[in-house]
Ligand binder design. Structure first.
Ligand code: CU
Ligand code: CU
Length: 366
């Protein structure tokens, strides 16, 4: 991308001039032949929800098909591993007795495959989308070193309580961090709950949509009850850069990933989902589970649930902790209760016990 100025790239979303260049960079058509070939070679079995090739939004979205493989090795992150990958950083005890917890986050530019055959020029923290799931305990002192290895200025803006100069927005503190620059954000871990971080450079929608976001979990001092804990960041990709919607939708970036590889959980065991809505351009996202109900803890800032339900919705940057148990073996679908999102990648399955061993939700997975 060396020959394209940052301005030209950023204008590409709204102005006509750079659009033809972007269209050469972004595959947006014609991948379906390869996908169908991969699909035809797949083993048999019922493929729930594999209704055929889907096309994004009717606005020049890519064509892709559930069940075809994505090259996780090339992406250098794997959505199944991401579920339980909590980054606790490095700690040491200060003279005061307080714990200091530290991380380094590096911004970079990286092409990632977000659906079979659909490559997207992402901007990443530590080479992944979403960025690392930063986890700490209430009251600790947190220090986040941010290095900008990308071709564009960025920041990290944390949700939570902190002084203005640590807010990671242009014009406050170190403000925008230029290419090759770095800064350190320092603040206390409060309040407990499920928060997020994201870049706050302008234009904001693009800097978030490109992939610069991640979950930030502050555990309460007395902790939460034991559970199988899972991180789910709901996201999407505006592959034609029209800034009007997304053509690919997912949890943890890869469309249909948890249909192709259902999430294995134990029967009668507490499961805790940390759910974050990082979707840009579409104002509302939602989460719905089949054959079950969950306790809903909005923002995770109270230890008492507000609701026992099977569907919640979230606006941009809203998040919640969901707690549930699965009383029966089998495969249980979860998806956005916005049919369009589900059909464009935002759906998956939990696999409880071995009850679903004969099912094949993505015809490319076996
Ligand atoms: Cu940015
Ligand atoms: Cu925010």
């Amino acid at each position: 991308m060396g020959k394209i100025s940052r301005r030209a790239l950023l204008l590409g979303g709204t102005a006509g001039a750079a659009a033809p260049i972007l269209h050469q960079l972004i595959p947006h058509r014609g991948v379906h032949e390869a996908i169908e070939g991969a699909n035809a070679a797949a083993p048999g079995g019922p493929a729930h929800g594999a209704a055929g090739a889907v096309q994004g939004g009717g606005n020049a979205g890519p064509t892709f098909r559930q069940g075809a493989p994505v090259d996780h090795a090339a992406n250098r992150f794997h959505p199944t591993e991401m579920l339980r990958d909590f980054d606790w950083g490095k700690t040491r005890r200060l003279a005061s007795g307080r714990v200091l917890r530290e991380w380094t986050l590096i911004a970079g530019d990286q092409e990632i495959e977000v659906a079979p055959g659909v490559k997207y020029p992402a901007w990443t923290y530590n080479g992944r989308v979403p960025g690392p799931t930063l986890r700490c305990r209430e009251g600790e002192l947190l220090r986040v070193r941010f290095v900008n290895g990308s071709e564009h200025p960025h920041t990290i803006h944390f949700h939570g309580l902190h002084p203005a100069e640590m807010d990671g927005v242009p014009g406050l503190g170190d403000g925008l961090i230029q290419m090759g620059g770095e800064t350190t954000y320092e603040f206390s871990a409060e309040p407990f709950g499920l928060h997020l971080y994201h870049c706050h450079a302008g234009p904001l929608a693009e800097h978030i949509a490109r992939g610069l976001y991640g979950a930030f979990i502050v555990d309460p001092k007395r902790g939460r009850p034991d559970a199988d804990e899972l991180l789910m960041v709901m996201n999407g990709f505006n592959t034609n850069f029209d800034a009007e919607g997304n053509q690919v939708y997912a949890v943890n970036t890869v469309a249909f990933h948890y249909a192709n590889e259902p999430i294995a959980v134990e029967r009668d065991t507490p499961v805790r989902i940390y759910l974050v809505n990082a979707l840009e351009f579409d104002p509302i996202n939602s989460f719905h589970i089949h054959g079950n109900f969950f306790h809903h803890f909005p923002t995770g800032t109270s230890l008492e649930p507000t609701e026992f339900t099977d569907t919640i919705m979230q606006g941009q940057a809203q998040r919640a902790i969901l707690e549930l148990r699965f009383p029966f073996d089998g495969d249980y679908m979860f998806h956005a209760h916005k049919t369009e999102f589900a059909e464009l990648g935002w759906m998956g399955f939990f696999r409880v016990g071995n009850g679903g061993a004969t099912a094949n939700h993505g015809s490319g997975g076996a």
